[in-house]
Write a protein that binds this ligand. Structure first.
Ligand code: IPE
Ligand code: IPE
Ligand code: MG
Length: 246
């Protein structure tokens, strides 16, 4: 039986988050510059997005650029920002064809103007699409997001809009950039690294983690199916005992 037909569509993760890692090492393996790896990562984004939507996944969040990634050589950062402009422009058609809505999380206003504009254009054009939401994490940092929420709540408390004691998980998560989006049930990281690198620290509190050795440009729809099948074998206990679940 092929991988796709083994997936139980009744038990799909509603939200999958992916740390797309290994573009640089993929390029090196092919004797090319790191930027070549990023360019080849784009088709993996397309394939993964289309197959997630086709399966019925509701949200797909892709970590595309962290706040720490500014520390890379300027040539690579500039190439990545230009690639984003190019890809966003070209792939809007793919998103429209697949009825996918684009959203973004991160400190977006600090992106270069052209990248920011291409992003806003894509979000605007796809805003009425319904099948799946694709969230790009750009200039994103989990700690930054939590600090921002804490500051907003502090201001609200100071202004008397709420009392500190009222602050619960719902009120807190309403201040995060993922407001309205359910927490990911499944986190995937490619390239063999097994760390979070400041991604969705709050939202991944109870997610299942799946790590694969594959570099991001090699990640195909079968890789996504394999990750989902692995997820479906797991028992999510949320602190309870196995007997309580079954
Ligand atoms: C992921 O691949 C893409 C970004 C972080 C933008 P990397 O560029 O981190 O590739 P490696 O980890 O150096 O191989
Ligand atoms: C994490 O990958 C960020 C993205 C995938 C955008 P990195 O390659 O930047 O992570 P570290 O620095 O190896 O932890
Ligand atoms: Mg990396």
């Amino acid at each position: 039986m092929d991988l796709k037909s083994q997936i139980n569509t009744e038990r799909l993760p509603r939200h999958i988050a992916i740390i797309m890692d290994g573009n640089g090492r993929w390029a090196k393996q092919h004797g090319k510059h790191r930027v070549f790896g990023h360019k080849n990562g784009v088709q993996a984004v397309r394939e993964c997005t289309e197959s997630a939507a086709e399966l019925g996944v509701e949200y797909l969040t892709l970590y595309a650029f962290s706040t720490e990634n500014w520390n890379r050589p300027a040539l690579e950062v500039n190439a990545l920002m230009a690639l984003l402009v190019d890809t966003l422009g070209k792939e809007v058609n793919t998103l429209m064809k697949n009825d996918i809505r684009l959203q973004a999380i991160g400190d977006l206003e600090k992106l270069p103007k052209r990248t920011y504009k291409a992003l806003l254009d894509g979000i605007e054009k796809t805003k009425d699409n319904k099948r799946m939401t694709l969230v790009l994490a750009l200039n994103y940092s989990g700690k930054w997001e939590i600090l921002k929420a804490a500051k907003k709540l502090a201001v609200k408390a100071k202004e008397g809009i709420l009392v500190p004691d009222q602050i619960d998980e719902t009120i807190f998560s309403n201040e995060l950039s993922t407001v309205g989006i359910p927490d990911p049930e499944l986190l995937i990281r490619t390239s063999g690294e097994t760390r979070l690198s400041n991604f969705l620290l709050w939202q991944l509190a109870y997610s299942e983690f799946y790590f694969t050795e594959e570099f991001w440009p090699d990640f195909k729809k079968e890789s996504l199916y394999t990750a989902i099948l692995d997820y479906q074998k797991r028992e999510r206990r949320f602190g309870k005992t196995s007997e309580q679940i079954s």
